[in-house]
Design a protein around this ligand. Structure first.
Ligand code: AGP
Length: 612
């Protein structure tokens, strides 16, 4: 998704901004550009394609200015092209703007600019309206860019963050945030603004989070923040503790593989940080107690994509352990269906980035109806976290690959810990059960490592199956939730048409698609449902499907009905998703690798989806 970086200081802005943009590449983009203040003018260069195309464009050009803004664009209004790439400029070319998000009323503003001022537009973007409008407003504000930005934001509707520079305001960057992420990085003699912390982490660790409807004015020696009424706000920076190393590949061929291999380590982090000295769960960011819980009669878990799949597991374990009814919903659906939410509802938002617009909008919808908001988030200080009453940080560290892996398994651990915590508060589980599941969770990092150590088995399987056109994933109970995640992983990075279905549903239609050699990945890890699942496997095997079963060690009877079997270490039924998904992550990874796909940045996808 789009990324913004702005730098003002005494070094070469172009180099620093391009370096920052590269740190945002993982989010997905289709063009890139920069605007630099240079000897009383603005130099604007932009190019469709990867950042290296932009670098080629400016190679050999002397651009020495020390203030500028840059952007990676993920097309929303208008196709990816040089013209639609950001920055966009005012009619006189003396204001440049980069922008993330959407200006909903841009058509209306555009018409006004054309009719009242005779302004011509060159791109199809909504962003160009911001640049052109700022050019007009600057005349009315006697050249004050911050006043012009303030005026403009009174006229604009939508969800956005943008940054602007003007040729006549040397050293100044003005940025504004409305429902899209924006941060400032604080240095000595220089400052940054950016859409994401990783963009500036090489240069600063002191970060100021910009709140909704706030404007930030950065110069080399000052950083001023104004609230929605244009009052100055005082805010101390927070220290970011990730290192740059966390964001590098560390010898792995792809970030995705690195992140898959980090799972034992990050799961320990997520789990052990939540255990007190007596070995009981202590959820630091969650204030919800047994009194609050008496008031809760329903739980919603709402999320998108992989985070939604973690919610499917969450529904199962939270209902089982707390006996409170749980509904799981896709965030983009939830907000438009007039959900039954009130002050007796606990709303759990799950989001790696904490910036997914649909999830954020669903959260706001639930909040406006009185729900208590608990979020499970990876990025500290993200919008979802900030707008929640209680926060569970997953501590997975930065996840760079677009396909989520370690964030998902830490979300699962969060779901188990929340389920046990609620189960304990409601008195619905025994102490023996509580300790048993906790011990199972503690054994997960080593058991994941055992699967990782046998990666070659999964790679061999991928070599055999990588050229198939379609793959089906089936499972029952918790296994069906993992089937959805396995299918998503495969399709997003290998572009194979994959389909997941609860195995018991097969015979109600989908079995019509079974032919000799159709690939079916059958998850049969749940002992309680093993026989039922075995029958479903027989159903597809009878149609001569190629069945790859995933089962617990010891369940060798499954070999009779399977073409291949991948075993996971033995564990309680409740926690099998944490292990079986690792097999599916590796399978998707190896298939995509053999096919030669762009694993960390799959086509059409963005890491953080900040548009509707
Ligand atoms: C995961 O592999 C996906 N790329 C995607 O489904 C992702 O999980 C979804 O967009 C939600 O993102 P979030 O967790 O940052 O809210």
């Amino acid at each position: 998704m789009c990324g913004i970086v702005g730098y003002t200081g005494h070094e070469n802005a172009k180099d620093i901004i391009i370096d920052g943009l590269k740190r945002l590449e993982y989010r997905g983009y289709d063009s890139a550009g920069i605007a630099i203040q240079e000897k009383g003018k603005l130099i604007v260069r932009k190019k469709k394609g990867e950042i290296k195309e932009l670098e080629k464009l400016i190679d050999g050009e002397e651009i020495t200015g020390t203030t500028g803004i840059g952007h990676t664009r993920w097309a929303t209004h208008g196709e990816p092209s040089d013209l639609n790439a950001h920055p966009h400029v005012s009619a006189d070319g003396r204001v440049a703007v980069v922008h993330n998000g959407i200006v909903e009323n841009y058509m209306e503003l555009k018409r006004q600019l054309i009719e009242d001022y005779g302004i011509l537009f060159e791109s199809e973007t909504d962003t160009e309206v911001i640049a052109k409008m700022l050019g007009v407003l600057l005349e009315e504000t006697d050249g004050s860019l911050s006043d012009a930005v303030y005026e403009l934001t009174r006229k604009m509707r939508g969800t956005y963050a943008f940054a602007a520079i003007a040729a006549d305001n040397p050293g100044e960057i003005v940025a504004f945030r409305k429902d899209a992420p924006l941060i400032a990085g604080v240095g000595e003699g220089f400052n940054f603004i950016a859409s994401d912390i990783p963009a500036v982490l090489r240069y600063v660790n002191d970060i100021v989070l910009i709140e909704n409807e706030e404007m930030v004015v950065a110069t080399p020696d000052s950083l001023r923040i104004y609230d929605e009424n244009h009052n100055l706000v005082k805010r101390e920076p927070m220290k970011v503790t990730w290192s740059l190393e966390d964001e590098e590949k560390g010898g792995y061929e792809h970030f995705m593989l690195k992140e898959i291999h980090e799972q034992p380590k990050v799961l320990k982090e997520t789990l052990y940080r939540r255990l007190d000295e007596n070995g009981r769960i202590y959820l630091d960011g969650i204030k919800l107690d047994s009194e609050d819980l008496k008031n809760i009669d329903k739980i919603y878990i709402v999320a998108c994509g992989t985070a939604y799949h973690a919610g499917l597991v969450g529904k199962y374990v939270i209902e089982k352990m707390s006996r409170i009814p749980v509904e799981v919903d896709i965030a983009s659906e939830f907000r438009y269906r007039d959900p039954i939410v009130d002050e007796h509802t606990l709303f759990i938002a799950v989001s790696q980035s904490g910036e997914t617009l649909d999830t954020l909008a669903a959260l706001r919808e639930a909040k406006s109806k009185g729900a208590r908001i608990l979020s499970v988030v990876n990025v500290v200080g993200s919008s979802v976290a900030r707008e929640s009453d209680d926060v569970f940080y997953t501590w997975a560290g930065p996840e760079i690959a677009v396909a989520s892996t370690k964030a998902y398994t830490t979300q699962l651990v969060a779901m188990y810990l929340i389920a046990l915590y609620l189960g304990d508060l409601t008195g619905s589980i025994t102490e023996e059960y509580y300790q048993r599941i906790l011990n199972e969770l503690k054994s997960m990092p080593d058991k994941i490592q055992q699967i990782l150590d046998r990666s070659d088995e999964i790679e061999n399987l991928a070599e055999y199956l990588y050229n198939r056109d379609q793959v089906f994933f089936i499972g029952r109970g918790l296994d069906s939730a993992v089937a959805y995640e396995g299918s998503l992983k495969l399709k997003e990075i290998s572009y194979i048409n994959s389909f997941a279905i609860a195995a018991g549903e097969l015979k109600h239609g989908t079995i019509a698609l079974m032919e000799p050699e159709t690939v079916v990945i059958a998850l049969a890890t749940v002992d309680r449902l093993f026989e039922k699942m075995y029958s479903n496997i027989e159903e597809v095997k009878a149609r001569k499907a190629h069945v790859v079963s995933i089962a617990k060690e010891g369940r060798t009877e499954i070999e009779r009905q399977s073409t291949n079997v991948i075993y996971i270490p033995d564990c309680a039924d409740e926690v099998t998703p944490i292990l079986s998904v690792v097999v599916l992550q590796l399978f998707a990874y190896f298939v995509a690798k053999i096919k030669g796909e762009n694993i960390d940045k799959p086509r059409n996808l963005a890491k953080s989806v900040t548009v509707e």
